[in-house]
Design a binder for this molecule. Sequence first.
Ligand SMILES: [Mn+2]
Length: 304
Amino acid sequence: MYDIIGDIHGHADQLSALLARLGYEKRGGAWRRPSALHRILFVGDYIDRGPEIRAATEIVRELVDADIAVAVMGNHEYNAVAWHALGPEGFPLRAHTAAHLRQHERTLRAFNSELSDLLRWMRRLPLFFENDDVRVVHATWDDRSIASLDGATPLTDDRFLERSAVRGTREHAAIATLLKGAETDLPPGRFYYDKEGTRRYTTRTRWWIRPPAGGTVPLGSIAMPPADTQMETVSVPAAALNLPGYEDPRPVFVGHYWLTGSPAPLSDRVACVDYSVANGGALCAYRYSGELPLRAERFVCVPV
Ligand SMILES: [Mn+2]
């Protein structure tokens, strides 16, 4: 029995409420689960944006330490590690721009910039998790990216961390794909504005779909929201798309995509559990017990 929990972003109250709904409770200072068969899988993005980042990370860390949960890394944890690490020339690996600061400042404030313990923990988070039953990654399951890594926790290596901040390296490509999502270029001249008002010339894709070998594909059929609705009418050459597809019999659970509306799987074996708690939405979990196809009724959300 796996309870896969979506992006928390410092919303400790909703996390506590969701855990209670799922039958987890803290008694006498120790976390208890509904049964010894239950296990929590967190999909990443514990920090930034929300009001109780310290409390949220404490709960996640307690559950991991108690061997009740596994927590994988989200792009916000990666970005925080890179923000606080210096490259060989003495500059931060993630530039301290205004836009990057906006994403991270709530965490800086919550910890009074005393993040060393949290940073050590975040650096050790695995980039993905898999066992015989199930797989979890923050944004995209991509066998090629995973094969390019030296194990699930490559960021503990200083050299890997440094190189991951350099565009064009295999380390950068793997982090971008696994934690930020496979993207594809929009046709020349096309763009849209993301939720932070930044112009985007690429779109996140429905990476689990393998496009046909030849011909063209309507962009709307492979683009992930948010995107320009006019893209529905634009077709791109299938050869230009580099989508990994997903055909493994084990289901894969992701976060990251800021979904809204009524929770439902993305395909028969791919489900996103991020329903935008940091943007007025819900904190959701999927309670998985071996069923395929995955089913909308298996989502548990607060509020709702
Ligand atoms: Mn994310």
